[in-house]
Design a protein around this ligand. Structure first.
Ligand code: NAD
Length: 287
């Protein structure tokens, strides 16, 4: 079993780190919120809380599960001088693929590998260890790290060179956000026309408009007013922005992605940093 660093014990990171511990790995954990890291260590014997970057020096791999590329870059830059040659950073956040490439190149200069391995499936699948994981990076490094990823996910797919995982993750979340917005509009318009909201969702689920929002979010988090899926609107808006910027970086303007980004970013601004992404349903219906 390996010694694994885990940085970022939030909605996703905590259950993921729990599974690695359950699989027998020794963990060195860190979170900006000291209480969260101390609480995790108290419940997981043999776990070390890192108070400084040098405490990750003995790790075979360090997993990052952080909000965005600004934070990932700052954290990994702090780690860099302390990681040993042959160690691997497994970057599992949803981050900017072009920045991930630049980060991997800087690490490579001192013999440290980076693979990007973002995840899809939300808190529920993080808890169950059934996340979809899309991996970018050197194929041999991926093969070495695959047993670690197998503790966390079921559909683990190698998708290309470093950054490819983050690119595909942003594109997936753009498609998902577009479908959520379309679904929210359809429910509000159908209801205003006099059709029961629940009937709209059920009929779409039996028809060609069926999607992850109609199947797994509309009844579960939106129509019942729960709005507690565990994935924040701010993170969703970030992801769609990454997808739109990716389009620009390959000279393919994504008109719909620009629109979806504007809508998610406006909603996030209006509803605040704690809003769940399913609250987009309320935002779309505000008029
Ligand atoms: P979160 O906000 O719940 O957790 C982030 C954690 O990082 C927090 O505990 C925070 O204290 C910690 N953190 C922030 N800055 C730090 C720093 N400098 N050093 C150490 N720790 C720091 O977010 P989350 O929902 O767990 O998402 C994490 C990543 O996974 C994001 O990139 C997100 O887009 C992605 N993601 C989230 C979901 C979901 O359903 N929540 C699904 C797939 C992917």
């Amino acid at each position: 079993m390996s010694r694994i660093g885990f940085i970022g014990l939030g909605m996703m990171g905590r259950p993921m780190a729990h599974l690695l511990h359950a699989a027998g790995h020794t963990l060195v954990v860190q979170d900006a919120n000291q209480e969260v890291a101390a609480g995790f260590a108290a419940e997981h014997p043999q776990t070390l809380v890192a108070n400084a970057a040098q405490e990750f020096a003995g790790c075979d791999a360090v997993i990052t599960m952080l909000p965005n590329s600004d934070i990932v870059d700052a954290v990994v830059q702090g780690l860099q001088p302390h990681l040993r040659r042959g160690a691997c950073v497994i970057e599992m956040s949803s981050a900017d693929p072009n920045r991930t490439r630049a980060l991997a190149a800087r690490l490579q200069e001192q013999g440290v590998a980076l693979i990007d391995a973002p995840v899809s499936g939300g808190v529920k699948k993080a808890v169950a260890g059934t996340l979809a994981i899309m991996v970018g990076g050197d194929a041999q490094v991926f093969a070495q790290q695959k047993p670690v990823l197998e503790c966390l996910g079921k559909a683990i797919t190698y998708v290309g060179p470093v950054g490819a995982g983050h690119a595909l993750k942003a594109l997936n979340n753009y498609v998902s956000a577009a479908a959520l917005l379309a679904t929210a509009e359809a429910i509000h318009v159908g209801a205003a026309f006099g059709i029961e909201a629940a009937t709209i969702v059920d009929v779409i689920n039996a028809s060609t408009g069926r999607n992850n929002t109609t199947e797994n979010k509309a009844h579960q988090f939106m129509l019942n007013g729960a709005f507690d899926s565990g994935f924040s609107l701010a993170l969703q808006a970030k992801d769609v922005g990454i997808a739109a910027a990716l389009g620009s970086s390959v000279q393919l303007p994504m008109e719909l992605a620009q629109k979806v980004h504007a809508m998610t970013a406006d909603a996030s601004q209006a509803l605040g940093p704690k809003a769940d992404h399913t609250e987009l349903y309320k935002f779309v219906g505000r008029a």
